[in-house]
Design a protein around this ligand. Sequence first.
Ligand code: NAP
Ligand code: GLV
Ligand code: GLV
Length: 312
Amino acid sequence: MISQKIPDSGIVLLEERGYELVYLDQEYPLETEELLKVCRDADALLCLLSDHINADFLQQCHKLQVVANYAVGYENIDVPTARERGIVVTNTPDVLSKATADLAFGLLLAVSRRIVEAHQYILEGEFDGWKSTLLLGTEISGKTLGVLGAGRIGTEMAKRAIGFDMDVIYHSRSPKSHLDDTGCRWVDLETLLSESDFISLHLPLTTETKLIINAKTLARMKQGVYLINTGRGKLVDEQALVTALRTGQLAGAGLDVYELEPDIHPELTELNNVVLLPHIGSATTEARDKMAGLCASAIIDVLEGRTPPNQV
Ligand code: NAP
Ligand code: GLV
Ligand code: GLV
């Protein structure tokens, strides 16, 4: 069972193995109860991060052996229930790390150099010649980037920042020697908040990380920080973010994900110091093809009695 449209590379792999596919090739999620109606007899489910695979769903799909999530984040799946029922859950790590870090770094440059605002300025017919003070932004070299969540994507973000001569500090539950070896420095959350000029979120959404950026943590940041979020929308209290952007506590924000996605806090769309993207972190042809391949291979592994490498 494939819950929404995915690249053909994944479909081909499953078809070659001779599996009977129920493929809902629409580009929107079904309500969980609707998905259940068509999935009840499936042995395997390939789903997207917008599908909510809850306990009830997992309990009612009696034959289900594997849920392959077409994403690296998997907070949309009730993993403890899956585990109880012996259902394997897999995700798509690594293959999207560079693409997502590229996008996060793109957001960092876009907000610090006002790239989208400048594009808009051109479209509005305002450009009438070079000016010494036109659309001044902030230099990034020599500034401190705080990477919050230093896993696969956070590591790629740190590498990019080092290439741009930024100083990188990071916070994760444990220090990472591969990052320390490149001149990055592990700090506690408090230090990351108070020392960074730019903060980029690369945490998974869990009960511990939910709303980690809120009015209190925003107040502990330096005045004029830029916040980049390609992690998950619910890491950030969006109302507090809007307030901080309005008061100047934050100089700008680059966002790919939203607290109530796909809804976006209406005030965010009125601010000119934000760049908003529609959750396209992993949206390269290369990454998406590999993600489809990983999902298909995981399903094949489980149905053929092997443990997939990307089990969560
Ligand atoms: P990962 O390799 O598992 O990295 C997660 C990092 O977060 C790890 O360094 C982990 O620390 C840290 N962490 C987890 N809980 C923490 C806590 N309570 N306090 C401090 N640090 C904590 O994951 P990834 O592959 O880099 O992906 C990260 C997230 O990016 C995904 O979960 C997903 O939500 C998001 N994402 C978004 C897009 C997009 O399209 N915008 C694309 C891909 C992924 P330890 O290593 O010390 O445990
Ligand atoms: C995308 O957001 C992912 O988690 O892969
Ligand atoms: C700008 O275009 C310059 O030459 O400095």
